[in-house]
Ligand binder design. Structure first.
Ligand code: AKB
Length: 315
């Protein structure tokens, strides 16, 4: 990758991925775009307002900047998607189709994240394999499975260099996620510092895979830079790092903040989604095919999250 276009750069992943890619490839070579102005990104490199549903504008940006790689990070997440499934399909699939077509026309590599949300209640729950039954029960998951199939189709039919990972819930401390089922695992850290109490919307005993942002960012670059000859799979690789329940993350925070309290007000939509997703993924294909290895676990992530959020709020 030499010149990269990011679409949907203002969101949870994009805001940190832009900075990370700029630190590796040079600020001038990473063009961040989003449907809204984003001061944080425009102050550190090229930024354009771009609606990913407008294929002509996306093609024009790729052509003007002579990009050879696109990161499509546009997504309406799982919980919010259930409020308006038609809108979720239109945005998630519209941005993906435009990215695939522009990548095909301008010979770009394309990264689009999939998710643990691509699995459903009929997938094996523990050690969910790379290649298995995928019958998600959310529109978000339906988009992710369709996106994975489309990515593979564009690769085999047109030779587009499509690559992707199935992200767990991403935990980060720069931009808050919005509308996801795993968002609680970010919010809990902020509330632990800000108010000392948190009301959890997900049942106490539901396991979901999670990953700390620095590992997620490294995974994107390592996969995109991987030797294509070694990739048996493309869309998408299971990615695992840590798996925990609300009770487990609560206990981890409480070790450091003994006065922190958590109660539950379970959201039925989030409960149904969380219970339909795997407990833990088997990421051995990612490890074998491109050397994936997480560097953060729940304990080291908790130390770092609390430290950064404390500094942010001067607490
Ligand atoms: C969500 O909860 O919808 C996302 C995801 C796991 O893809 N964070």
């Amino acid at each position: 990758m030499k010149k990269i276009l990011i679409v949907g750069a203002g969101g949870q992943i994009g805001s940190e991925l832009t900075t990370y890619l700029r630190s590796i490839y040079g600020a001038a070579n990473v063009i961040a775009t989003d449907v809204r102005e984003c001061k944080m990104l425009s102050e550190t490199g090229p930024f354009e307002v771009l609606n990913a549903l407008d294929a002509t504008s996306m093609a024009s940006a790729v052509a003007r900047h002579k990009c050879d790689a696109i990161f499509n990070l546009v997504a309406l997440l799982s919980a919010v998607g259930e409020k308006d499934p038609q809108k979720a399909w239109a945005i998630n699939m519209g941005a993906l189709m435009n990215s695939l077509e522009v990548a095909r026309q301008y010979n770009c590599a394309l990264f689009t994240p999939s998710s643990i949300g691509a699995f459903g209640p009929t997938s094996p729950k523990d050690g969910t394999p790379q290649d298995t039954v995928m019958q998600p029960t959310t529109i978000y998951g339906v988009c992710k499975v369709s996106g994975e199939l489309l990515g593979n189709y564009y690769h085999t039919k047109y030779g587009v260099d499509t690559r992707s990972v199935r992200f767990p819930g991403i935990i980060s401390n720069v931009t808050l996620p919005g509308g996801g089922t795993t968002d609680y695992a970010v919010e809990i850290y902020y509330e632990a510092i800000k108010s000392g109490k948190f009301t959890c919307p997900v049942p106490a005993d539901v396991y979901m895979d999670m990953i700390y942002m620095p590992d997620a960012l490294r995974a994107c670059v390592e996969l995109m830079e991987a030797d294509p000859a070694k990739l048996v799979h493309r869309n998408s690789f299971n990615l695992a790092s840590m798996s925990f329940t609300p009770e487990i993350i609560y206990a981890e925070i409480k070790k450091r903040l003994p006065d922190f309290v958590m109660d539950y007000n379970v959201d039925p939509v989030k409960k149904a989604i969380a219970e339909s997703w795997p407990n833990s993924l088997d990421d051995s294909c990612a490890r074998e095919e491109w050397g994936w290895k997480p560097q953060w676990d729940l304990s080291s992530m908790t130390d770092d999250m609390l430290k950064v959020i404390r500094e942010k709020y001067g607490k």
